[in-house]
Ligand binder design. Structure first.
Ligand SMILES: [Fe+2]
Length: 258
């Protein structure tokens, strides 16, 4: 493929101020983040399911219903911190990826313009990126949740089209607002508002993780053999600042001097 995968003109037109002011938290359903050719190339060469591991009924921090799905991490996996999984699967190195994805990863890792855009949108001086692919199938649900505090924000790129995916099967990422109960494992009905972000035809969802950034996706009703496919670009705090936050929290708890 010639040129870049990212449509930089779109980033230049993006209204960052409006994004930051958005309720209930900063989010945007972005159409056309990738160039048409870039989207097509990554769509056609989406990593094979053989590379993925399957997450089945893993317990979640607040006992929300599980997020069952196929999962694949790039280079490092939060699920295999002690090294690559023995049975292979769930972790992919750059050289194992289709050529198109190698090119895209290189662009993501080296693009100053994208990095600057994310810094401005999330209002941060820097971040550490992490990457993972998720594939959902019939019954997969992303029960309402807040992301872990180490995530500053996420950019989710969807790899479905209106040819392979019927919106009636669900799959839209839902922006949930007006939580009506205290519990940290609410259901979709426990929110006053729900806005759906589109997942087909080169749409992506950018959001900032805040204490009100509740989101999820209802259980898929797709037929066997149809998959909701996405690629997550996760922006995390550096280890040092996570450490600092924990120290600050401990100091506040025990009234220690800072
Ligand atoms: Fe999430």
């Amino acid at each position: 493929m010639k040129g870049t995968f990212i449509d930089y003109e779109l980033l230049r037109r993006f209204d960052i101020d409006a994004f930051k002011k958005r309720s209930p938290f900063p989010w945007e359903d972005i159409g056309g983040f990738l160039t048409q050719e870039g989207f097509h190339s990554l769509y056609t060469n989406f990593p094979s399911l053989d590379l993925f591991e399957y997450h089945s009924n893993r317990r979640r921090t607040h006992d929300q219903r599980p997020h069952n799905r196929h999962y694949l991490a790039y280079e490092n996996s939060i699920y295999h911190k002690d090294g690559p999984p023995m049975d292979a699967g769930g972790l992919v190195r750059r050289e194992q990826l289709p050529t198109a994805w190698q090119g895209f990863m290189d662009e993501l890792e080296t693009s100053d313009e994208y990095r600057r855009f994310i810094r401005r949108a999330l209002g941060i001086s820097d971040f550490i990126p992490r990457y993972a692919w998720h594939v959902g199938s019939k019954g997969s649900e992303v029960s309402p949740h807040l992301d872990s505090p180490s995530k500053i924000g996420t950019h989710i790129l969807y790899f479905n089209t209106s040819v392979d995916w019927n919106p009636e099967w669900g799959g839209s990422t839902l922006v949930l607002g007006g939580k009506k109960i205290e519990a940290m494992n609410p259901d979709f009905a426990d929110f006053e508002t729900s806005a759906a972000a589109r997942i087909t035809d080169n749409h992506s969802f950018l959001f900032k993780n805040t204490s009100s950034a509740w989101h999820g996706a209802t259980a898929l009703t797709s037929p066997d053999g149809s998959y909701r496919r996405l690629f997550n670009i996760i922006f995390e705090t550096s280890r040092r600042s996570v450490g600092r936050k924990l120290v600050d929290r401990a100091r506040a708890m025990f009234a220690l001097p800072s």
